[in-house]
Design a protein around this ligand. Sequence first.
Ligand code: RNT
Ligand code: ZN
Length: 415
Amino acid sequence: MTNEYAIAKERYAAIGIDTDAVIDTLKNIPISLHCWQGDDVKGFDFKGALSGGIQTTGNYPGRARTPAELMADIDKVLALDGGAHKLNLHACYAIFEEGEWADRDALQPKHFAKWVEFAKARGMGIDFNPTFFSHPKADGLTLASPDEEIRAFWVRHGQACLRIAEYFANETGIPCVMNVWIPDGYKDIPADRLSPRATFARSMDEILGIGYDREKVLVCLESKVFGIGLESYTVGSAEFGLGYVLSRGIVPLMDNGHYHPTEVVSDKISSMLLFSPKLALHVTRSVRWDSDHVVRLDDETKEIAKEIVASGRIDDIAIALDYFDASINRVAAWVMGLRSFRKALLIALLTPHKELSDLQKAGCFTELMLRQEELKTYPWGAVWAEYCQACGVKSGEAWFEDVKQYEKDVLSKRV
Ligand code: RNT
Ligand code: ZN
């Protein structure tokens, strides 16, 4: 135990926080690692550009171009972030044998066997996302399409993904969170806002209608406010999402980049938990718009973590990251986002929520503010260092040396 940690332990003990217990808890909170940070959301099944109104910007060298490269990068990330992880895959990351290929509606578990092998060897569960973008049939609407052939194609894709999600759960023994997000929307003012939403609901019903084991697969629906080129109307809006998930008993997924700029997900978590047994999150950072910047330890990130922990329902909340930055070293971007969110969770776990909420109940707002302000300078950094040591990863800036070496040995050779 370092001297700094011993001092911190005592400081926190004085406010009723057991830092050793906090370290143990933090280790076991799984964060779902989004595979798409490593290759700018390109995937392996199509060569075309990223579509769906989302965008990566930047051309930092070293993008993973093959499954082997992506897996190697993920391993590097896992070595630099302590604690539990899940692997979050998109359907477009299917791995085909030489000469083999399957369209999205024909994807099968075997196309993900290599990922299962990868995850199992690392003791990770797998989360999954059907990919309703970056495809010739995703030029306009997908599950909300008025074109029956297109709509049916995407329904088959969703159904295929449900089977793959079950396969992941069976193989790993860990439930799979399967998140549906569709980019469907219109650039300009629609004449009819109702029909696409009714169609989307019908398509979702057809996907869920094939039946699945709800213990093994948690189907989520991610809502959104707008996308690039889809500024005026998004079919899967917040109200649509909430109404659909609550009426069908599936799980709401909130991405904190998917709301109007003054709305905050930290304020929505408690309401959602009151009415939904489970909740899923995409933790991201939106700068003025849904820009998916790397997660940092900013106020809203900390507030989201605080709400997760203070709710006492952490086991009901599936935490995933969702950002894609191609302008800086991608492995470092991955690690920074992960470690930032873990730090936010640590700070939240080191907070005496009961005491603070008692002050609120008693109307002691002066003292509440003072306590909240003082907590900001408590020595959580020493607990973080101890946590990293307990997990066998480097604390402080030192981990970046490994990334620099990896860039030199591996990433820089990808030309
Ligand atoms: C898009 C959504 C969605 C995607 C990923 C790649 O705005 O946030 O979650 O980022 O599925
Ligand atoms: Zn998202």
